[in-house]
Design a protein. Sequence first.
Length: 499
Amino acid sequence: MRAHLLNGTTTEHYRTSVLQGVERVAAALAAADRPFTGVRPDALAPRIDAIDLDRPLGDTAAALEELESVYLRDAVYFHHPRYLAHLNCPVVIPAVAAEAVLSAVNSSLDTWDQSAGATLIERRLIGWTAERLGLGPAADGVFTSGGTQSNLQALLLAREEALGRGAAPDRLRVLTSECAHFSVQKAARLLGLGADAVVAVPADDAKRVSVPALEAELDRCRRSGLTAMAVVGTAGTTDFGSIDPLPELADLAARHRSWLHVDAAYGCGLLVSHRHRRLLNGIEHADSVTVDYHKSFFQPVSSSALLVRDRTALRHATHHADYLNPRRAAAERIPNQVDKSLQTTRRFDALKLWMTLRVMGADGIGTLFDDVLDLARRGWELLDADPRFEVAARPALSTLVFRWLPPEPVGGSPDPAAVDRANLYARKAISASGAAVVSGTTVAGRHYLKFTLLNPLTTPADIAEVLDLLAGHAADQDAGHDGQDGQDGQVGGSLVHAS
Ligand SMILES: *Cc1c(COP(=O)(O)O)cnc(C)c1O
C-alpha cells in the first residue's frame, strides 16, 4: 500500500497515474459532441450503487476505466459551446496545470508553517485584486471557497462592527435588492439574525436596486430604531447581470453609517475588461467585496475571495489557538492566513490565478470576458428581432432572460399558465436531448428561460440554433405533442437537470 503514497520514491507511479487521468479527460473532452448526454438520475444511480467500495481495483487504470461509465461519459461539460446554463465557465489550461501542482504539493494555507511561499502568493493576489478594485492602502482579504462563503464572512464583519458600536442584536437589518443572491439570506440566518433581518428593496426595470426605495428603507429603519448594519449591492446579479448603482449606494451607506458590501461574484470579470471596467465605478467605496474567480476569470472551482477596505475588520474572524496560531505568532508577524479566514485547513486555490496571470496576463482574461459580453449583446439582438420570444431585460453582462410565446391566438392573449408550461417543458426537453443545457428563472411570477454565456467559443449561430430547438419543443408542448398530457412540463416523468 505504501506504493500509493506520493513521495520521492513513487514518482513514476505518480507520473503515470496522473497522465492516465489526463488522457481520459482529454479523450472525453474530444468526444463530447454535446454538453450533456441527458442521462437521468434513475439511469445513472444503479451504475454507481452497483460498485462495491470494499473491493478496490488496486490500479489507477482500472479505476479510471470504471469512472468512464459512472462519471466521465455522462458528465456535464462546461467547455462545450452549447452549455448555456449556469455561472460555470470553461477553464483555462494554466489554471488546470496549477490545480495538478497544488493538490500534489498539498500546501495548507492556514499557517505559514504549512504553506510558506503559498501564503505569500495568496497575499500578493489579494493585494493585486484590492488594487484593481481601488480599495486603498489598508485593504486586505482572503481566498474563500466561493461567493457564498465570502458573503457570509462579509456580513459577519458587518455585524460585529455594528455590535461594536452598540447596536442591539435583535434590531439589525441588512438592506439589499430583491435581485440579490440568496446567499445573503442564508448568511443572515447563519449569523442568527432574525427572520425579517434581510430587507429586499425593489429593483427598477433594469433590475438595479431602486435608489429612492433604498433611501426610504434606510430612513424607515432609522425612524423605527433599527440598525441598517449593511447595505449589500450586487455587481452582476445572477439572473440579469445587472449592476446596482454603486456610487449612490456608497453615498447612502456612508450617510447611514452602514457597512457597504458589494457582491461582485459574477461582475468581477470587469476588473480585467478592456472596454467595460467603468461599469464597476463606485466599487472602490465598498467596505468589502466578494469576487468569484471561478465565474468570470475562467478558473476551476473553487477560486474566490473576500476583500476588505480596512484590514483591521478581519480581526472579527480571528481566533488564536495555542496549537496553531498562538498570539505569540501574530506578535512575531508570522503570516498566518487562518487569522483572517472562516476555514482552517484550506486549499492553495490562489495558485490557479497566479499561473493564469503569469501565463496569459490579466489582459488575456479580460479579452475572453469582453468576448462573452459582445456575444450577449449579439444574442440580445437575435432575441429582440425574433417574434417567437420575449426578452426580460437587456443584458448588463452575459445573461439573457427570455421566454417563448405562442403565435398570437385569434381574439385574445395566450393563457399565461400554458405559456409557463411550454417554457418549462422546452428547458427540460433540450437538456434531456443533451443538445444544449439552458437554465430558467421566474420574472414577475412567470417562467422564463435563461442563457448564462461564459464561453467565448459560443457563437451567435449556436445561440440561433438553440433558440430554434427551444421554440420547437415549446410549440410541440403547446400543441399537446409532447407525448403526455402536457400538464406538468416534465420529460418522461423525470425532473432532468432542473436545478
Ligand atoms: C454565484 C453567486 C454567488 C454564490 O457564489 P458561489 O461561488 O456559488 O458560492 C453569490 N452572489 C452572486 C451574485 C452569484 O452570482
